[in-house]
Design a protein around this ligand. Structure first.
Ligand SMILES: [Zn+2]
Length: 475
């Protein structure tokens, strides 16, 4: 039973980010105007009218400036070793705020905060790249506040000029959360404890605005996607241009273009239309980004669900443009085997030439241990998930022998036994299972802090060992 539960939890996680997992930028037409920097030279409306007057095919690679295809001095991916046994590779992503050793686990800090743990503690647990959500940050505190603070690194005091502390951030576009408002029923069916659901439950305005979720909650046009803020019910328009501007205000090292996240159950024709729209939006996002790069890298998001033709089309188009890396998004299957199967034919498409092969690849929203071990040999470099930190809050702690559920009675007198005997994290060095059992049973906030520190440390230890195994050609 434990294995089944554990599997179910992981699938939930997988599904959660898959359908809800893309966040995209936003803009907004009226009351929230101050949220977004609409400082591009032409307004979104002007861009759209010029776009609609031309065609709905996305711009070709030749429409982007040739310099954009050259190397960046602020962002570089260095491949140190390619396994002789698989497509796994060990590398280093150099960002303006530190290095990311790959393959790497990416922790999720939705509101620019890891729940219950400070960034200094995360640094001590060897966490390098942190994933924050533009949708949430646009609504609270607002991207302008972060910009005025000097960007997310200054705002959170993470990274900055102290290179030893590391501190790179990645933000998404906001679209994932927006589309989950529309497809909430599917998302909720698949994820019982999603962060978004919590946000919706906290909405004080739900009685005044009945269209905050469900199929009428968002409206998709060529210009972008309109939705209502869960905080105050105001209408917000998120476009490729405004999400890029919001992400420039926030100032993460890696940013993501706006894409469309279609519902899980969709016809082949609708899927094809959705992939095409994502391509157009991503190309517009890239154009906006290239106007003022601000030492940020932009990854594209590969779409196409489980459809081989659509995925192939998506890889071919998006790798032809001057993106700095590639994220795998959209529907990734309903279980680990489907994801594994998808990656087995998808990832070789990134090997088609040296330029494409030399860029980092990110798996969006999936990073439990088994999926990581399946994805790394396929050539994935980074993977994000809230899974390790979320389960820590519920008392599930990671060990080399599998998860332990610390609230179980058998741990109440487990004196002198660390969570994991090989773990060198501060929690395992200072506390035993008996004390942790008590903290969780007493609902002490310290329980979440200590459990989360351990799980983050455990994930990063695991990734370090995986990198060594690739170097030794064991993976
Ligand atoms: Zn530990």
């Amino acid at each position: 039973m434990a294995a089944i539960l554990s599997k179910a939890t992981a699938f939930t996680n997988l599904q959660t980010r898959r359908h809800i997992s893309f966040i995209h930028p936003i803009s907004n037409l009226n009351p929230c105007k101050s949220f977004f920097s609409l400082s591009s030279t032409s307004s979104p409306a002007e861009k759209v009218s010029s776009l609609s007057s031309t065609k709905l095919t996305p711009p070709s690679a030749s429409e982007f400036p040739s310099w954009a295809y050259g190397p960046r001095d602020y962002f570089r991916f260095e491949i140190l070793h390619e396994s002789t046994k698989s497509k796994a590779r060990v590398g280093r992503i150099h960002t303006p705020h530190g290095v990311i050793d790959t393959p790497s686990f990416v922790a999720v800090a939705t509101n620019a905060a890891l729940k219950g743990v400070s960034f200094a503690q995360a640094d001590e647990a060897n966490q390098q790249l942190i994933f924050s959500n533009t949708y949430h940050l646009m609504l609270q505190p607002g991207s302008k506040i972060i910009k005025e603070a000097g960007g997310i690194h200054s705002y959170t005091n993470r990274g900055g000029t102290d290179e030893k502390r590391g501190g790179p951030f990645i933000t998404d576009s906001g679209g994932f959360q927006v589309f989950s408002l529309a497809y909430g029923s599917v998302a909720e069916e698949l994820s019982s404890k999603g962060e978004l659901k919590k946000a919706k439950n906290n909405n004080r305005f739900k009685n005044q605005n009945k269209n905050l979720s469900g199929k009428d909650a968002v409206k998709v046009t060529e210009e972008g996607v309109t939705f209502r803020s869960y905080r105050d019910g105001s209408k917000i328009l998120l476009t490729p241009e405004t999400t890029v501007q919001a992400q420039k205000d926030i100032g993460a090292d890696i940013i993501i273009p706006l894409d469309e996240l279609p519902p899980f159950h969709i016809s082949p024709q609708k899927l094809a239309e959705s992939v095409d729209r994502s391509h157009r939006w991503e190309a517009r996002s890239l154009k906006e980004h290239l106007k003022d790069i601000k030492n940020q890298a932009m990854y594209s998001v590969i779409h196409g669900g489980l459809d081989k033709d659509q995925r192939t089309k998506s890889v071919e188009y998006l790798t032809s443009l001057p993106f700095d890396g590639y994220a795998i998004g959209g529907s990734l299957g309903s279980n680990r085997d489907e994801l594994k199967d998808l990656l087995s034919w998808l990832m070789p498409l990134f090997e088609k030439n040296e330029r494409v092969k030399a860029k980092p690849r990110h798996l969006l929203g999936i990073a439990d241990e088994i999926n990581i071990r399946n994805a790394v040999p396929m050539g994935l470099d980074t993977m994000d998930s809230c899974y390790p930190t979320r389960i820590a809050r519920h008392g599930s702690l990671m060990t080399k022998k599998g998860l332990i559920h610390i609230t179980q009675g058998k741990y109440k007198n487990a004196y002198g036994e660390p969570i994991d005997e090989d773990c060198q994290c501060i929690v395992c060095r200072q506390h035993d299972r008996a004390y942790l059992h008590h903290l969780y049973k007493a609902s002490e906030p310290l329980a979440t802090m200590l459990g989360t520190i351990h799980n983050i440390h455990f994930m990063n230890d695991m990734m370090k060992q995986i990198r060594q195994d690739i170097l030794d050609n064991k993976i």
